[in-house]
Design a protein around this ligand. Structure first.
Ligand SMILES: NC(=O)C1=CN([C@@H]2O[C@H](COP(=O)(O)OP(=O)(O)OC[C@H]3O[C@@H](n4cnc5c(N)ncnc54)[C@H](OP(=O)(O)O)[C@@H]3O)[C@@H](O)[C@H]2O)C=CC1
Ligand SMILES: CC(=O)[C@@H](O)[C@H](O)COP(=O)(O)O
Ligand SMILES: [Mn+2]
Length: 380
């Protein structure tokens, strides 16, 4: 029987690649629901091709416009509540969370509460409220399948292993757009330069996160929640080729790694077909042609976001909520040309210094901490 899929954020980088995966294996899937922010033209093309039963857009005005163009019977909803209804409603078996930012939290929790499996790309959700997401998933016996390439790699390395025999997880980081520059050389860099990732084609926010290393900081916290592992046992190394997507060391010092060309359609598809593997239209990795792979130690002086992420993770509670929200605001300000590149980690550090973390927060406390951090970072 076809797997019914809802995609939150179908118009973005992960969303469109998820639809590529579906189009490549059409008989395996039915598209139940799609959501966009404001790219209505692309959403309507997707509706035409995949014929979802429900769609969601950010604003009421866009929803009214979309209603004029979708086939009769297609339900159109909007806003935060619309996204929650889309995630929790309908017949979908799996909800792919490909929206950007912690605004994905409510819909992710609603999908889990409704018993849907989650294909999780939206790492900010776990960073802002990992304990709520993972405990609800456990309570509802819902699987959270990682889509983030590093976490998919770790998931694959852990397949069939005893979790107690894990010694250490190592996340690989490309080093981002400025990996060959010193920190002193970053002062005047432009948005355009920062958006040129050396290996991956991704949305703007994550590409900037990759350049500041906030992405790897978010991923360390994401790994802590997905694999229930302490921060002392999660490492990061710079691997400029992005061929080894991450690796795990076990008690006996065996190391399992997952390798592949940098193409998100592989982890996206694996999250949808697990435990099966299917052919993909992606290129093949030829290690002889690829040649040497390189590794270097993470330098926290060069990338202060690494230090800040570990500090927030170790502080726990709302500290990671504040880390994420401050970073979201700082990146948006940088993309708008309001602040310089080096102001991003300065703002996150300022917010974390002012934040008094609250342990074991509920959803309302998380929302308050998130709002406080956004307000504080918008004028820092
Ligand atoms: N891109 C990648 O390769 C990877 C991404 N991820 C994670 O996946 C998530 C998505 O990233 P990516 O696809 O790159 O991001 P994009 O910016 O490409 O896409 C974001 C999606 O979110 C939607 N969106 C934005 N703002 C709103 C809003 N206010 N309300 C509703 N929807 C909104 C966008 O809609 P619209 O465009 O219509 O406005 C779009 O569909 C992030 O959490 C990222 O960290 C993880 C690993 C790899
Ligand atoms: C594709 C993916 O999973 C991204 O999160 C990627 O890891 C970004 O690359 P960096 O290693 O530069 O952060
Ligand atoms: Mn990643």
């Amino acid at each position: 029987m076809a797997k019914k899929v809802t995609i939150l954020g179908s118009t973005g980088s992960i969303g469109t690649q998820t639809l590529d995966v579906i189009a490549n294996d059409r008989e395996l899937y039915e598209v139940e629901g799609l959501s966009a922010g404001s790219n209505i033209a692309l959403l309507l093309e997707q509706v035409d091709q995949f014929k979802p039963k429900r769609v969601c857009v950010a604003s009421a005005a866009d929803a009214a416009e979309v209603k004029l163009h979708v086939p009769a019977g297609t339900e159109v909803v909007h806003g935060e509540q619309g996204l929650i209804d889309l995630a929790a409603g309908g017949q979908s078996d799996v909800v792919v969370t490909a929206i950007v930012g912690s605004r994905g939290l409510g819909a992710t929790l609603a999908a889990i509460e409704a018993g849907k499996s989650v294909g999780l790309a939206n790492k900010e959700t776990l960073v802002t409220a990992g304990h709520l997401v993972m405990s609800l998933a456990k309570q509802r016996s819902v699987s959270i399948m990682p889509i983030d390439s590093e976490h998919s790699a770790i998931f694959q390395c852990l397949n069939g292993e005893n979790p107690r025999s894990i010694k250490r997880i190592t996340l690989t980081a490309s080093g981002g757009s400025f990996r060959d520059r010193s920190r002193d050389e970053l002062a005047g860099v432009t948005v355009e330069q920062a958006l040129k990732h050396p290996n991956w084609s991704m949305g703007a926010k994550i590409t900037i996160d990759s350049a500041t290393m906030a992405n790897k900081g978010l991923e360390v916290i994401e790994a802590r929640w997905l694999y229930d592992i302490g921060y002392d046992d999660i490492d990061v190394v710079i691997h400029p080729e992005s061929i080894i997507h991450s690796y795990v060391e076990f008690e006996d010092h065996s190391v399992m790694a997952q390798l592949g060309l940098p193409d998100m359609r592989v982890p996206i598809q694996y999250a949808l077909t697990y435990p099966e593997r299917r052919p993909t239209p992606t290129g093949r990795l030829d290690l002889v042609k690829q040649g040497a792979l390189h590794f270097r130690e993470m330098d926290e002086q060069r990338y202060p976001m690494m230090r800040l992420a570990y500090a927030a993770g170790r502080a726990g509670g709302t500290a990671t909520t504040a880390f994420n929200a401050a970073n979201e605001v700082a990146v948006a300000r940088f993309l708008q040309g309001e602040i310089g590149f080096l102001d991003i980690d300065r703002i996150v550090e300022t917010v974390l210094e002012k934040h008094a973390p609250i342990a074991n927060p509920d959803q309302a406390t998380i929302a308050d901490a998130d709002a406080w951090a956004r307000m504080t970072s918008s004028s820092a």
